[in-house]
Design a protein around this ligand. Structure first.
Ligand code: HAM
Length: 432
């Protein structure tokens, strides 16, 4: 069993980097609270059929990337069930919405989630087989206002706010509309016809999709196919008046709120459930995997998996990619996090006899909210200073004299200043 390593495409997240992850999650929770979102936690695995019916059989995710297994039947009367590690979380949220009859409240449901997702993709920078998403969904019966373009604009405005508050600069919001399901059906037929002469010159996936689900041809990444794909008709030409008006209203609200965007007519997104608004926020610092987040509207998804009419819109951000972006940009955010996660004080017992009193002192200081690192009496004074300087802002030596007199010497590593402080006042002094 030598050399056991994390599985390809998965990785360990270690401190101090995890402090950045925690900061992003805390900022997201704070922003979601201001928009009145509540947290939902759905299972990590679901029935395979859920993803096939929502994300779509012909998508890359379902046809190539899912971790699926037959769960053993426990009794002879039971059938083995096909289960899948969730490749995304929208399907699970909509399943939960249906299962718990959230639509019957008549209210708009605003739900956010954070957690791991799994796709068997080729690992590279910003692309992992276990990755993390922070996402949110806004859905409800049509009477709750769930179809309104204002919901789309509000979600996009919230994302702009969140990225700004995370300290991510230089993002681009790319926006498109893929129309209603009727528009999409029309567009699929237009594409099908356009692909008849082209498909034989394209890759095997495209040849199959040209027949089964022509829209998915647009997801093709094969370089040789791209010039042909560029000649295909645009979805904008298949939108009806309602869809055009909905899209225009989303853009008008974004303009009014001062959220910048660019239109990208080719943005159809690689999942089948989208209708009308689709979007991605991209960032130049990420390289090939440049999508920080993606999302869109899915007005027919609930019905497609057996639920009531429940139009909705949502997004998921790649947490791994947010961290990479913060690390790639010259940012004071990282410095601030590093300073904030530094300990306030290193307590250095000068001999074995001071170990126990040092723990008592550390306990008091920690109770008053300070971050405390504790040394050991076996360390020399020199070593205590070396370790303390790396870990903490201040050092307090605890020897026999200090314990007897109750007067402690605090050295501030940053300024070099030493101050004598009565033990009872130490907490207050350090908090300052
Ligand atoms: P998605 O575009 O498949 O959409 O994923 C959303 C984001 O997750 C991507 O923009 C990217 O940042 C991140 N991501 C995806 N795959 C990987 C990977 N292998 N490694 C690292 N990061 C990755 C969805 O998942 C939809 N459920 C979003 C949504 C919510 N639409 C409506 N509601």
């Amino acid at each position: 069993m030598a050399n056991l390593k994390a599985v390809r495409g998965t990785r360990d997240l270690l401190p101090p980097e995890t402090a950045i992850w925690n900061r992003i999650e805390a900022t997201a929770r704070a922003v979601f609270a201001r928009y009145n979102f509540g947290e939902i936690r759905t299972p990590i695995f679901e029935d395979t059929g859920l993803f096939a019916r929502s994300v779509g059989e012909e998508t890359d995710i379902v046809s190539k990337e899912m971790y699926t297994w037959e769960d053993r039947a426990r009794a002879q009367s039971e059938k083995a069930q096909s289960l899948t590690l969730r490749p995304e979380n929208t399907a699970g949220v909509v399943r939960a919405y249906i299962e718990h009859k959230l639509g019957e409240t008549g209210q708009l449901q605003k739900l956010y989630y954070m957690g791991p997702q799994f796709r068997r993709e080729r690992p590279q920078k910003g692309r992992y087989r276990q990755f993390y998403q922070i996402g949110a969904e806004v859905m409800g019966p049509p009477s709750s206002g769930s179809e309104s373009p204002l919901r789309d604009a509000e979600v996009l405005e919230m994302l702009a706010t969140l990225l700004d508050e995370l300290g991510i600069t230089g993002w681009t919001l790319e926006l498109n509309s893929v129309g209603s399901s009727a528009d999409r059906a029309r567009y699929n037929e237009v594409l099908r016809a356009a692909l008849v002469p082209l498909a034989p010159k394209m890759c095997a996936d495209c040849q199959r999709r040209a027949v089964t689900n022509p829209l998915r041809v647009l997801d093709c990444k094969v370089p040789e196919d791209q010039p042909l794909i560029a000649t295909l008709p645009m979805i904008a030409e298949s939108l009806d008046e309602d869809s055009k008006a909905h899209f225009a209203a989303v853009m008008a609200a974004l303009d009014a709120a001062g959220v910048p965007y660019v239109r990208n007519d080719r943005l159809v997104r690689g999942l089948d459930y989208y209708t009308r608004t689709t979007f991605e926020f991209t960032h130049g610092g990420l390289g090939a995997q440049n999508a920080l987040l993606g999302g869109g509207r899915y007005d027919g998804l609930s019905e497609a998996i057996g639920g009531p009419k429940a139009p909705g819109i949502g997004f998921a951000m790649g947490l791994d990619r947010l961290v990479l972006t913060l690390q790639s940009q010259e940012s004071t955010v990282l410095e601030t996090i590093m300073i904030e996660t530094q300990s306030d004080v290193f307590i250095a017992p000068i001999g074995e006899a001071q170990n126990a009193p040092a723990l008592a002192l550390a306990r008091e200081l920690r109770k008053s909210g300070l971050r405390v690192e504790l040394g050991d009496g076996a360390f020399r004074v020199k070593k205590s200073f070396e370790i303390g300087n790396k870990l903490a802002r201040n050092i307090v030596l605890l020897g026999e004299d200090e314990i007897a007199s109750g007067i402690l010497t605090v050295k501030d590593f940053l300024s070099g200043v030493q101050t004598k402080v009565p033990r009872a006042d130490l907490g207050k002094f350090l908090v300052k």
